[in-house]
Write a protein that binds this ligand. Structure first.
Ligand code: MN
Ligand code: MN
Length: 310
């Protein structure tokens, strides 16, 4: 791992969050918010690690504005963005209530508290019992496990009267790999997997509903899955650009239109049909209930726990 680049990406993410949070107002076009975030990331010396997710109310994740999007900010808005420096990612999210709604505020607070408690649990375990490169010995057992973290998240959210979204989870991060290796659940999944040293995103999702999301419409957020050569020249040009510019990190149709023009949308469609790209679905709460999210990235290295995006 490149500690210096991981820390740098985290610092940029923190600055961007502090820059954008006070600027977001009801009825601001989502396109403007995404542009401000992504421009600021570049201005500070990073690159967007994935398209800015601006998901409203019952859409839990994977809504990014299209190039001609007309949606205005409203409701309970989740702002989830990433920064990378040479493929080392900082992944962070916050939620805003744009309706002055008490339930929204409580739902957001519960996701914040769940994240705080999860981070506290990890820090406590590491500071009290670190016993080697990769493990923590405490009372004879290796801790913390990912299920204990999930249990803390679940209990915090349930004690506030809400449910965690159990089929969304935090994740390990590797270079140019946003979702790698370990999963950090938002519930006690009873899997006693030790949280080893590494880079992780923790992201509790809270909901007033039952606690599950399903796949919605295609999001226009893509990821390269196969480099096989497509037949059309347009598609080949778009593919080469994607390999060069984004590698294995997610990108979106809005970025492709901006860089290569509106005609490149045909190339994108051909690449999808040819099996080169995965088009992520939007993730929508199954009962149509509201969802809030808070996320930070943590680096655990040499027995030390650093919240890179805080
Ligand atoms: Mn995120
Ligand atoms: Mn994440």
């Amino acid at each position: 791992m490149n500690t210096q680049k991981i820390i740098q990406a985290g610092k940029i993410a923190k600055q961007v969050r502090e820059f954008i949070e006070p600027l977001i107002k009801k009825d601001m076009p989502l396109l403007d918010i995404a542009k401000k975030i992504e421009d600021k990331i570049k201005e500070l010396g990073g690159e967007p690690a994935f398209p800015t997710n601006l998901s409203i109310n019952n859409i839990a994740a994977h809504y990014t504005p299209s190039h001609d999007d007309k949606t205005l900010a409203h409701g309970l808005l989740k702002v989830d963005f990433g920064v990378h420096v040479d493929g080392w990612v900082a992944d962070t999210a916050f939620s805003i209530d744009l309706e002055n709604n008490e339930e929204n505020k409580k739902l957001i607070q519960a996701s914040k508290d769940a994240l705080d408690n999860a981070i506290k649990l990890i820090k406590d375990n590491y500071s009290q019992g670190h016993s080697g490169e990769n493990s923590v010995q405490k009372g004879g057992a290796l801790k913390p496990t990912t299920s204990e973290i999930g249990k803390t998240i679940q209990e915090t959210i349930e004690s506030a009267g809400f449910s965690p979204v159990i089929n969304l989870s935090g994740h390990e991060i590797k270079q140019y790999e946003l979702h790698a290796g370990l999963t950090i659940p938002n519930m006690d999944n009873k899997k006693n997997i030790l949280l080893k040293e590494g880079l992780y995103a923790i992201e509790p999702f809270t909901t007033t509903g039952n606690g599950k999301v399903h796949d919605g419409s295609p999001s226009g957020i893509y990821m390269l899955v196969d480099e096989k050569t497509p037949r059309s020249q347009t598609a080949r040009e778009v593919l080469n650009f994607i390999i060069e510019k984004y590698s294995t990190l997610p990108f979106c149709s809005r970025w492709i239109v901006k860089e290569l023009g509106i005609k490149s949308l045909f190339g994108l469609k051909q690449l999808e049909d040819n099996g080169n790209l995965h088009n992520f679905p939007q993730l929508v709460e199954i009962q149509g209930s509201k969802v809030a999210q808070t996320e930070h990235t943590i680096l655990i290295e040499k027995g030390e726990v650093i919240v890179t995006t805080e």
